[in-house]
Design a protein around this ligand. Structure first.
Ligand code: HXC
Length: 245
């Protein structure tokens, strides 16, 4: 089964306010605990995926407000959801909207999608991982260009740079995203989960540390029923019946 989360403030191009982040987080964490949900699909609505954090909410705030509200704690929790998060992006994915897309593990985008970090034009900069995640994905040189110019980039360019997985026609975006999510949902969930855990560690760890970490997860899977079932089914030349245990 798939879990669906759709951003829904279309009048303001899904500008992300704090309430919305905590609602997205609540939905993700609920689905993360719900055994039947095997993958989460995140999408936009109306003309955009999301055109950034809500500028109206932030415009008059000061640094002490940010410190006191500690809003990025919610963003940190989005990044430790264990189940696969598959994003379907159409229209604008800007600023905080782009940062939310970068929290996804896999991104499908419609041909009309536009990605960018326009924060520089507002006298600020990304604050929910944009400078870090974009740089790790596309390298310093391109990231600096994207972040300094604040320009929007078409889906195909984002795909060529490895930011997104696939570009598809707008009318089949959800269908194609769902198809991929279902493919992942049919795999043994513990393998999927520990692959995500290990790949995310590769971003932070040295190769040596990452390989030690990978090894522990590899060992751990040998305690699962699905490992026994998967290997037995191979030997017995039948389809495995994975239970997620
Ligand atoms: C609040 C927003 C918004 C935003 C759009 N709207 N983006 N409101 N915050 N980020 C509102 C507009 O005010 C407008 O409301 C309605 O949505 C439609 O937008 P228009 O501008 O009329 O549409 P259009 O002319 O098509 O232009 C689309 C756009 C433009 C190019 C995407 O809206 C735009 O530049 N938006 C801001 C993009 C941005 O700077 N994002 C980064 C935000 S800072 P009304 O009421 O007039 O109809 C950020 C920091 C992240 O994300 C920090 C970590 C969380």
């Amino acid at each position: 089964m798939l879990g669906f989360v759709r951003l829904n403030r279309p009048k303001v191009l899904n500008a992300i306010n704090r309430e919305m982040v905590s609602e997205i987080l609540a939905a993700f964490e609920y689905m993360d605990r719900e055994e039947n949900v095997r993958a989460i699909v995140l999408s936009g609505n109306g003309r955009a995926f999301a055109a950034g954090a809500d500028i109206d909410e932030m415009a008059d705030e000061g640094s002490i407000d940010f410190e006191r509200l500690n809003q990025f704690a919610d963003w940190d929790r989005l990044a430790v959801v264990k189940k696969p998060i598959i994003g379907a992006v159409h229209g604008f994915a800007l600023g905080g909207g782009f940062e939310l897309a970068l929290v996804c593990d896999i991104l499908f985008a419609a041909e009309d999608a536009k990605f960018g970090f326009p924060e520089v034009n507002l006298g600020v900069m990304p604050g929910a991982g944009g400078t870090q995640r974009l740089t790790k994905l596309i390298g310093k040189t391109k990231a600096m260009e994207w972040l300094w110019t604040g320009e929007m980039h078409p889906a195909q360019e984002a795909c060529d740079l490895g930011i997104i997985n696939r570009v598809v026609a707008p009318e089949v975006l959800m269908e194609e995203t769902k198809k991929f999510a279902l493919q992942v949902a049919q795999k043994p969930p513990l393998s999927v989960r520990l692959i995500k855990d290990s790949v995310l560690k590769a971003i932070d760890y040295s190769l040596y540390e990452g390989m030690q970490y990978e090894r522990k997860n590899f060992y751990l899977l040998f305690s699962s029923e699905d490992q026994k079932e998967g290997m037995r089914a191979f030997v017995e030349k039948r389809r495995p019946d994975f239970k997620g245990r």
